[in-house]
Each structure stands twice: as structure tokens, then as C-alpha cells.
Design a protein around this ligand. Structure first.
Ligand code: ATP
Ligand code: MG
Length: 155
């Protein structure tokens, strides 16, 4: 006899693609007091904040984090800005979290970001654009390990 589970495996056994991504609430947004508002929007969007901590990036940490951009015209300004004040580092989890969080962030340039996105609502300029989010599975793994080398607690 064919059970109902065998009859509809894709519905009943569908696996959700759970992902972990890293966000940084950047110095301008921290300084303006937007941490709570940004975290609420992330959770209202159905993503879970697993861990959150405030740090002051050193020059070395910021350069290592944005190493892919070394040599670009905006690199020095980016590092100066990222070390200009405390940032809030977030570990975010959820179904399809990497691309969904990038969508929620909006365009790198806030002037081109759609209404309702974090950069539209909380950022002013391409230099000070409120939030970072990992852009691929590989960068998410690297960036989570960069700030959480011991891994995430199981809580
Ligand atoms: P992030 O990596 O911070 O999430 P992103 O992935 O949207 O941003 P990237 O291309 O990785 O954009 O650029 C990293 C950061 O460098 C941007 O967030 C922005 O602050 C800065 N940046 C990128 N392009 C420019 C530019 N043309 N002029 C000035 N700053 C820029
Ligand atoms: Mg990027």
C-alpha cells in the first residue's frame, strides 16, 4: 500500500534551505540610534537574529574584512568610515537568509534603494550606507568565522 507520505513527498518532506549570514550595522546607523529599528525590521521580515554584539573595528580588522576591495578607489575611505565608531555585528538565520537579507538591505547606493529597504530608510550615502550583508554562501561562512571564530552557541 502506498502511504500518503510516499504519494506527496515534495509537499510533506520538503526540506527548507536554512542559511546563516552576517550583517554589520555600520557606524552611521549605530551613532544615529537605529539598532533597534533595524533589528525589528529584520525580524518582521521573518529572519532570526541569533547573535548580536557591539565592537569597535581596528584598522586591521576592517581591512581584513573588506580585503576583496583592496586597491579600489573607495577602499581607504571605506576603512576610515568603518573604524570611525562602534558597529553592531549580527548573525542572522532563516530560510534563504543570504539573498533575502541582501534584498531587505537594498541597493548599495541608498539613493537607488527601494522604499522599505534598510538602506532606503536608514542610510544617506553610498559611503555611509547603514548595513552590510554577506553576498554569497562562501562570504557568509568566511564572515561569520571572522567575528565568531569559536562558532555559535547552541542556544
Ligand atoms: P557591503 O559589502 O558593505 O554589504 P555591498 O555588498 O552592497 O556592501 P560592495 O560592492 O561590497 O557593496 O562595497 C562595499 C562597500 O564599499 C559599500 O557598502 C560602500 O559603502 C562602499 N562602496 C562600494 N562602491 C563604492 C563606490 N563606488 N563609491 C564609494 N563607496 C563605495
Ligand atoms: Mg559587499
Amino acid at each position: 500500500m502506498v502511504s500518503e507520505y510516499n504519494a506527496a513527498p515534495q509537499t510533506l518532506c520538503k526540506k527548507k534551505l536554512m542559511e546563516t549570514t552576517l550583517s554589520i550595522i555600520k557606524p552611521d546607523a549605530v551613532q544615529k540610534g537605529y539598532i533597534e529599528d533595524i533589528c525589528s525590521k529584520i525580524e518582521d521580515y521573518g529572519l532570526k537574529i541569533r547573535s548580536k554584539r557591539q565592537i569597535q573595528l581596528t584598522q586591521e580588522q576592517a581591512e581584513g574584512f573588506y580585503a576583496e576591495h583592496k586597491g579600489k578607489p573607495f577602499f581607504e575611505a571605506l576603512i576610515k568610515y568603518m573604524t570611525s565608531g562602534p558597529v553592531q555585528v549580527l548573525i542572522i538565520q532563516g530560510e534563504d537568509a543570504i539573498s533575502r537579507y541582501r534584498f531587505l538591505m537594498g541597493n548599495t547606493n541608498p539613493k537607488e534603494a527601494n522604499p522599505g529597504t534598510l538602506r532606503h530608510d536608514f542610510a544617506q550615502s553610498i559611503d555611509a550606507n547603514a548595513v552590510h550583508g554577506s553576498d554569497s554562501i562562501e562570504s557568509a561562512a568566511r564572515e561569520v568565522a571572522y567575528f565568531f571564530p569559536q562558532g555559535l552557541s547552541s542556544e
